[in-house]
Ligand binder design. Structure first.
Ligand SMILES: Nc1ncnc2c1ncn2[C@@H]1O[C@H](COP(=O)(O)OP(=O)(O)O)[C@@H](O)[C@H]1O
Ligand SMILES: [Mg+2]
Length: 351
């Protein structure tokens, strides 16, 4: 049999609905986040009567449904009212005043964004939003480089709620006083799921994605255990998808424990390979972070120098920022007594 005879003989994909394994997929029902969703909905209630809603800062570790629960609320809001604008911006992708406002205008379905300046965009947005009520969601808000737009929205738009989502509660402390004093957000903490909740969420997702009987029970149990171990639903989805592809590539009609094990090994390999591609100096920096996770960036630089590191503090900061962008590490900014400090953490999960 030729290679393609074999591959094609494998028949249809095991996955019935591949989209259901995407991180962005929003299930109809989002278990274990009902009270958070209800609370968020309450904060938006005044918008229905031409009033101002409450502002909210949603925080908690990655991969535990902050984005999903918020989007579920927005989805219900869009069903409940035609008179409230819904604007969702991911600040990882849109991190400057101009980029954010451009995205906001797009979300408002404004068609003539081309060649508009930041000021012009703000004008258009103000005039549109002030004819109705609006909820703004700024996700991954700690990735923002500018905040002026936030001040402008707070000042110029009448009937609004601003939701911000971040992994770091401390981000709020960093904000300018002039913004903070206008924002006064409610804090909503998302707590980590228990192992059982993580397991149930993954099972629900599996039921969306696969026909019944495709997964052997011990294979699913392994995925659930891994996700619970790293406390991140996303990791579970990733393994699930990869294990299914592994099964398909062997023309297997079932996903077995062996497929999951291979998928997990491949993830480790992927991470190490990625690491090997980094330049030596960056690897040294990663090792220092591994050893001194949770320390201030200045102290890390000292430790790095002690271990023979050559680059200046400025360059070191730049490299740290890059590692953060590529999600090798996570960086948290805190306001301390003597000004701002940056805390550098290793990632708990390596995938
Ligand atoms: N309660 C839940 N029910 C169903 N899926 C969930 C739930 N919580 C998280 N997920 C899924 O887990 C993944 C990670 O959630 P996400 O909202 O992106 O995390 P966060 O924004 O906290 O980093 C997403 O694919 C999301 O759909
Ligand atoms: Mg998120």
């Amino acid at each position: 049999m030729s290679l393609f005879d074999e591959v094609l003989a494998g028949g249809d994909s095991l996955i019935k609905n591949e989209q259901a394994l995407d991180y962005e997929f929003l299930p109809k029902i989002l278990p274990f986040r009902e009270s958070e969703q209800r609370y968020l909905a309450t904060c938006l209630k005044p918008l229905f009567n031409q009033g101002s809603g409450r502002n909210v800062m949603i925080h908690g570790p990655p991969g535990i449904g902050k984005t999903a629960a918020t989007k579920a609320v927005l989805r219900d809001l869009e069903e409940a009212s035609d008179d409230i604008y819904v604007v969702y911006v991911n600040c990882w992708q849109h991190n400057t005043n101009f980029k954010v406002l451009y995205k906001v205008a797009e979300e408002l379905n404004y068609k003539f964004t081309q060649n508009k300046s930041t000021t012009e965009l703000m004008k258009v947005i103000t005039s549109m939003c002030n004819k109705a009520a609006v909820v703004f969601v700024f996700d991954e808000v700690d990735k923002l480089e500018d905040f002026d737009f936030l001040y402008n929205l707070l000042e110029e738009i009448f009937y609004k709620s601003i939701f911000m989502i971040t992994n770091y509660k401390s981000w709020l402390l960093e904000l300018d006083e002039r913004i903070k004093s206008r924002l006064v957000p409610e804090l909503v903490e998302f707590k980590q799921y228990t192992a059982q909740e993580t397991g149930e969420i993954l099972k629900q997702r599996l039921d969306y994605a696969f026909p019944p009987g495709v997964w052997e029970p011990d294979a699913l149990a392994k995925v659930q255990a891994k996700a619970a171990e790293v406390k991140d639903v996303r990791a579970g989805l990733f393994v699930m998808k990869n294990a299914a592809h592994e099964a398909e590539s062997h023309a297997s009609k079932k996903v077995t424990l062996a497929h999951v094990t291979t998928a997990l090994e491949r993830m480790d390999e992927f991470f190490t390979k990625h690491k090997e591609e980094l330049e030596d100096d960056v690897k040294k920096i990663l090792d220092v972070i591994q050893e001194h996770s949770g320390k201030k960036i200045g102290d890390l630089h000292k430790a790095y120098k002690k271990q023979g590191g050559k680059c200046s503090y400025k360059t070191f900061q730049r490299k740290i920022a890059r590692l953060d962008q590529n999600r090798f590490i996570s960086v948290e900014k805190l306001k301390g007594d003597g000004g701002n400090t940056t805390i550098v953490n290793k990632k708990i999960t390596e995938y």
